[in-house]
Design a protein around this ligand. Structure first.
Ligand SMILES: [Zn+2]
Length: 77
């Protein structure tokens, strides 16, 4: 007999993987929206600000609810 447990801890793999997340640019202070890949639990990358084009350092972690937590800092930190 096959049994499917829907409460499996890997359920979050089936969630929408790209999430829009608003952050505030550490350089110009503008709020910009970035797409966060929720299928990767922990990531660190640099993306240019859409407003001032300076490189923002992103520190992204996904919690168990699949919600992204995004920390941004300027490159010199
Ligand atoms: Zn900016």
């Amino acid at each position: 007999m096959l049994e499917f447990n829907e409460a499996e801890p890997n359920h979050w793999q089936h969630m929408e993987q790209l999430k829009e997340y608003p952050i505030q640019c550490p350089y110009c202070g503008e709020t910009i929206t970035v797409l966060v890949d929720c299928s990767i639990r922990q990531q660190n990358y640099i993306e240019d600000c859409q407003v001032c084009c300076r490189p923002i350092n992103f520190d992204v972690s996904i919690n168990f609810d699949g919600e992204p937590q995004v920390m941004v800092s300027d490159e010199n930190e």
